[in-house]
Design a protein around this ligand. Structure first.
Ligand code: FAD
Length: 415
């Protein structure tokens, strides 16, 4: 039987970062996934490392928005009516945590993680020699109306004051200078200047994995469902044979609940699904920054493969049939805004953002077990917070002083 200090379950961006940080600290680490590295949610996201993301995406509270979502015809949100009975308890809690005063409290806790996101990725990028996988220069929210633009400018001023988030305010003309291929129908843009991005999220995960293996870490194929407690250790089966480890870290993203439920935890987890499609930019057209078309509700950015169009939240059961209706609605609007040529993928890609109702990730010990650790529930910001989470978990597992107070993210808050 192969023996390790720690087994990390799940090789998405979160598990890879946890494994790398533990291995850097001299621990013998096995990283286990039933597939290859970063082949699920961490494969096809929009690639942003969102320093500005201090307010996790809340459930809308204004009546007009709720009414629009109720008709189920918007681009930014879609739901499966048949899933609502199962999702109702989650949605009710999510709605409560999104009330303005509570949401502000959540943001204060969340910002403590977000403020480190760029620095922690930069450190891993340097460690992995992956500079070619990072692009600096931020991203933009673009606006169709002066009203929305000015509301968001005011919000950005508050975030600068409260959270040190930097931005530039662009009027229609300045935006045309920076993005000459966008149709001249926009009222301006909010340029978040601090975020960085990767044009290949899976490639970044794989670069970190390579560094993990260079440091002596082991990547294995296996099913997390085979994990069992054996006295003071954990055992599981892998395709490369059985293993035993002193500690286990659950980093299974949207599948975390499958294992945590089997281990006796009742955590209120759900998913928000999202889709992407790639397009060739027509002719000489070039998009210099990723853009969120705020009032229409889709995101478009330049990646290695072409222009990646990504969609907002789909409330559905994780394994329900794929329904990429948001992509279908967004595509003609995106084509009017930027000259997109043909689709480059046969099928839309789908991922499932792993969500908690209070919008905070679950990071810390599994309260019912010794030597069990959780690292999941990062929702819209798993790439953003992967490196921060990796360091935080490694510091806790190794008994070091955590660089961020982990208390707000503890699983025990749901007991
Ligand atoms: C459309 C879209 C756009 C997004 N854009 C951004 C963005 O710009 N910036 C950002 O920060 N975030 C973004 N996100 C969110 C981000 O992609 C996720 O939060 C993140 O990828 C979650 O990472 P993870 O490691 O927790 O989960 P995953 O990447 O899903 O990894 C979980 C791993 O567990 C493995 N696994 C599951 N079950 C088992 C089992 N039984 N045994 C063994 N292994 C198992 C899976 O194979 C998988 O590799 C976006 C998401 C979507 C859908």
């Amino acid at each position: 039987m192969a023996r390790y200090d720690i087994v990390v379950l799940g090789a998405g961006i979160v598990g890879i970062c946890v494994a790398l940080h533990l291995q850097k600290r001299g621990r013998a680490v096995a990283l286990v996934d039933r597939r290859g590295a970063a082949e699920e949610t961490s494969f096809g996201n929009a690639g942003l490392i969102q320093r500005e993301g201090v307010y996790p995406y809340g459930f809308p509270h204004d009546f007009g928005a709720l009414l629009r979502y109720g008709f189920n015809r918007t681009i930014d949100a879609h739901y499966h009516p048949s899933a609502l009975p199962r999702l109702a308890p989650f949605l009710w809690q999510y709605w409560k945590h999104s009330r303005p005063a509570r949401h502000a409290e959540v943001a204060r806790r969340y910002a403590k993680l977000i403020e480190h996101c760029v620095r922690e990725h930069e450190a891993l990028v340097a460690e992995a020699g992956a500079q070619d996988l990072i692009v600096r220069g931020g991203w933009m929210k673009i606006f169709r109306t002066g009203r929305e633009r000015d509301l968001r400018f005011a919000e950005a001023e508050r975030w600068r004051r409260d959270f040190g988030v930097e931005h530039r305010q662009l009027d229609a003309r300045m935006l045309q200078d920076e993005e000459p291929y966008l149709a001249p129908v926009l009222a301006g843009a909010l340029h978040w200047t601090q975020p960085i991005r990767t044009p290949d999220p899976q490639g970044l995960g794989q670069a970190y994995l390579k560094r993990f293996e260079q440091l002596g870490g082991t990547f294995l194929q296996g099913n997390a469902a085979t994990l069992e407690e054996n006295g003071t250790a954990w055992r599981m089966r892998t395709a490369q044979g059985p293993l035993e480890a002193g500690a286990a870290v659950v980093a299974l993203g949207p599948w975390a609940d499958v294992l945590t439920r089997a281990l006796g935890y009742e955590l209120p987890l759900a998913v928000k699904r999202g889709y992407h499609m790639h397009y060739r930019a027509a002719g000489e057209a070039k998009l210099n920054h990723p853009v969120l078309d705020v009032e229409r509700g889709y995101f478009m950015g330049p990646v290695r493969r072409g222009i990646r169009l990504t969609t907002g939240a789909e409330f559905a059961l994780r394994d329900a049939i794929r329904t990429p209706v948001q992509l279908g609605r967004a595509e003609p609007i995106a084509r009017d805004l930027f000259p997109l040529a043909e689709r480059l993928d046969n099928e839309p890609w789908m991922g499932a953002r792993p969500c908690t109702p209070d919008m905070l990730p679950v990071i810390g010990p599994g309260p019912l077990h010794r030597n069990l650790w959780f690292a999941f529930g990062h929702a819209h910001h798993g790439l953003t917070l992967g490196a921060v989470t990796g360091r935080l978990v490694a510091e806790m597992v190794c008994g070091e002083t955590p660089f961020v107070d982990p208390a707000p993210y503890a699983a025990a808050r749901f007991e």
